[in-house]
Ligand binder design. Structure first.
Ligand code: ADP
Length: 268
């Protein structure tokens, strides 16, 4: 069999998208979806003249509609494809969450069906002109990642941002993730360390909730020769904003997390 015809269709569909970035993590719960939404808001705020799209490709655990405060919105299929939901003028989102009857509905699909959905998302969403398409992926290296890489190979994927916590169990899986990227020739843009530090709002003491016994993400980046993009602190207000679907970057613009985020946004 020749190459999948979808590769050519996806290449054409995404020809007006300048940078296509996958957001990866080794483990679940390290903040990959949070970082994806923060990058979206951060990029959108940095320059109102650029357009950002987020594709929530975490088929079984789509959390972007909630985190971005657009739960319950509908996507429409027009003649030119599915229209994404607009979070703000220059930030749009497509997620399987919009296609489920209720947010509690479970998606229990085997690999081929999930891959079909990813193919459809990549080939049928009408993003318009985008400067950045951020793709939130499931944790680990699963079928969905292979599909994404396979389908995006003709479309010129920019690379991957890998999210981890400083904890050794998370770092172990991130090393595997980086090796996966190398195997499939996906450039690693860099690593974001999330939940690296906690500053007590009362006494202002600094605690390492997830101690970096082996030097954390910074040390791992040096060992593996990849860029450390920055470190985001653990911030209860950030968690609250995510639950409420509020834009943390405008709610708390002076928080250390948002200041760190700006540095990360500048480096991608
Ligand atoms: P993943 O996508 O890796 O599974 P999530 O982004 O869903 O992880 O984050 C897991 C939980 O941790 C969420 O409840 C989120 O609000 C919270 N969280 C993520 N990063 C932070 C942070 N830096 N400070 C506080 N809470 C965070």
């Amino acid at each position: 069999a020749g190459p999948d015809p979808a590769i050519e269709i996806i290449r054409n569909r995404l020809s007006n998208v300048k940078h296509k970035i996958l957001i990866l993590s080794g483990k679940g719960g390290v903040g990959k979806s949070t970082v994806t939404s923060l990058l979206g808001h951060g990029l959108a705020a940095k320059n109102p003249d650029i357009n950002i799209g987020i594709l929530d490709a975490d088929i079984c655990g789509p959390s972007q509609p909630r985190v971005l405060g657009v739960r319950g919105e509908q996507v429409h299929n027009s003649g030119s494809g599915w229209s994404p939901v607009y979070v703000k003028d220059n930030l749009s989102l497509m997620s399987i969450g919009f296609l489920l009857g209720s947010p509690d509905d479970a998606v229990i699909w085997r690999g081929p069906k999930k891959n079909g959905m990813i193919k459809q998302f990549l080939s049928e969403v009408d993003w318009g002109d985008l400067d950045y398409l951020l793709i939130d992926t499931p944790p680990g290296t699963s079928d969905e990642h292979l599909s994404l890489v396979q389908y995006l190979c003709g479309a010129g994927v920019s690379g991957a941002v890998v999210v981890t916590t400083p904890q050794e169990v998370a770092l172990l899986d991130v090393r595997k993730e980086i090796h996966f990227c190398r195997k499939v020739a996906l450039p690693v843009i860099g690593v974001v360390e999330n939940m690296s530090l906690f500053v007590c709002p009362n006494c202002h003491s600094r605690s390492e909730i997830f101690p970096a016994t082996t030097g954390g993400a910074g040390q791992m980046c040096t060992e593996l020769g990849v860029r450390m993009l920055g470190a985001l602190p653990l911030d209860p207000l950030l968690a609250r904003c995510c639950d409420a679907g509020d834009d943390f970057t405008t709610q708390l613009p002076h928080s250390p997390a948002v200041q760190q985020l700006r540095l990360i946004v500048d480096s991608i």
